[in-house]
Design a protein around this ligand. Sequence first.
Ligand code: CUA
Length: 296
Amino acid sequence: MRPPADAIGTLALIVGVIAVLIFIGVEGALVYAVWRYRASRHVAGEAATFENNRRLEIAWTAAPALILAVVFVLTLGAMAEINGAGVAPAMRITAIGHQWWWEFSYGGIRTANELHIPVDTPVDLEVTSVDVIHSFWVPELGPKMDMLPGKTNRLRLFTRRAGSYDGQCAEFCGVEHAWMRIRVIAETQTGFDQWLSGQTLPAPTQGGAGERVFLSNICVSCHTIRGTAAAGTAGPDLTHVGARATIGAGVIPSDVARMRAWLADPQRYKPGSLMPRVPLAEADLDALAAYLVSLK
Ligand code: CUA
């Protein structure tokens, strides 16, 4: 199959060319008429000299109808292509919208905000929401798809080019709507398989100070770290949080210093988010930030 974005691009090009030709035709006729009849005068009350031209009226009724019919048929074809009609998906991934982050699930392996897909592989993203309406949109990969609570929509993803593609929630969903960034990482099948098998591993039990801080605080009621007792599901799964490039669905890049700053006061970076400020001692913040970023 062709990448959905290419199908959209071709359709946009065809419609664009048609629109430009019509523009040139109409403006050209206008300029010609002004020039050709520049010396004529219209006297008020006199009948116009041009009326009841049946052929012309039929032509300018039929031509737009014909153009619209052509565009309609081309659009139906593009829609079928974008949906991957006739091409079975090689893989299904679930995407769930939350206020204000993305959950991606690969057969039970949950991750957040960064979606990994293999190139040259038709992937079906099954999208839904747990709270309000969100919309998954990565412009370079294809159309938007609404994420509706209680309903699952399907979005076909397919790309030939490895690399990272940025996207954004495209349906206003509350105060932090602008901070629902998506990053899609498309990689070769080998790279993707390595990534996925890494994700299936639980976090190594470290028994260190950071892990103790995490497990003995409120963190565990919302977050999961597989391999530990933490099994909350309200917030992002943190089993491999250190491998993600950003914190808070794109709010800040991820490193130990910024993770510490985020943990010290999440509401400063993402006001309104469900992540509360947890009062922690300075040393505990240091240990917790180092622990989380170490979870690659
Ligand atoms: Cu989610 Cu806007």
